[in-house]
Design a protein around this ligand. Sequence first.
Ligand SMILES: Nc1ncnc2c1ncn2[C@@H]1O[C@H](COP(=O)(O)OP(=O)(O)OP(=O)(O)O)[C@@H](O)[C@H]1O
Ligand SMILES: [Mg+2]
Length: 268
Amino acid sequence: MPAEIITVASLKGGVGKTTTTYALAAAAAATGKRVIAIDLDPTGGLSNALEKAKRSVTIADVLRGRVTLHDALVEHPLGIRTVAGHRSLNQEPLHEGQLRSIIQPVLNEADIILLDTHPHEPSLIGPLSVGDRIVVPTALDLLSMRAAALTVGLAQQLGSLERIRGIVVTNAKRPLSKVTESLYNGLSMTGLRFGTTLWFSSGWIVATSGKGELPEEMLQQAAQELLQEVLTRPAPVDALRSFISMAQGRRGGPPPQQPTSTPVPQSQ
Ligand SMILES: Nc1ncnc2c1ncn2[C@@H]1O[C@H](COP(=O)(O)OP(=O)(O)OP(=O)(O)O)[C@@H](O)[C@H]1O
Ligand SMILES: [Mg+2]
């Protein structure tokens, strides 16, 4: 079986993409799955988290054809094979064909391939197109939620709507304030939220700071639960469509009628 490609994406920075990617990669590796994690973010968040990523060879070398992805991958102690990001990715769009051609040769060497992404529309085109499963993380604030909806809209434009498995809330502090609670409940009501929430925990900060381990059992369990959901949940397509409409200022309901070129006959 070729690997499942899981893309973690949002058009907003700082919403927990890297934390989510790391959680899913570590959870998959812990259950014996062969995991490849690719850092497509020029700021290198995942590379920092997986500190052992060899910086002399980066994803930029792979994309420029200087080295194959297979040869660029280095083994992380958690059992994740990974390649570091590179700042030059900041300036260039990432196309579907480019990504497919570098990933294709390693598809049979892994069970799960994770893509951590750059919150920038041209950079998301490839990752949103090649992901078999797309996970959209959000923090509990309006800007992050709106960015999540815009990300869903971008996936729809790219024909990838039915690959989005849900929205994962990250970095939420308990107890929730009134405002965050209403955002959390609102998102739950849409049916888009994964059952698992990556609640705020200093353990995640330790885990993604390059130490190479998931320190708390509770975090490992949350990561496992999220991975299960990502791998088994069907795409909530209707809810995703309503979510896009809400972000565009419409309150759910049927989509507006498209204007037709044939004039509607006037009653006499
Ligand atoms: N569940 C969590 N518990 C504690 N801290 C968290 C959690 N989720 C995210 N964070 C923190 O929030 C910040 C942003 O998270 P992260 O780096 O995962 O976001 P990102 O979307 O990858 O950001 P960027 O766009 O900068 O790459 C980090 O400092 C991270 O440690
Ligand atoms: Mg990141």
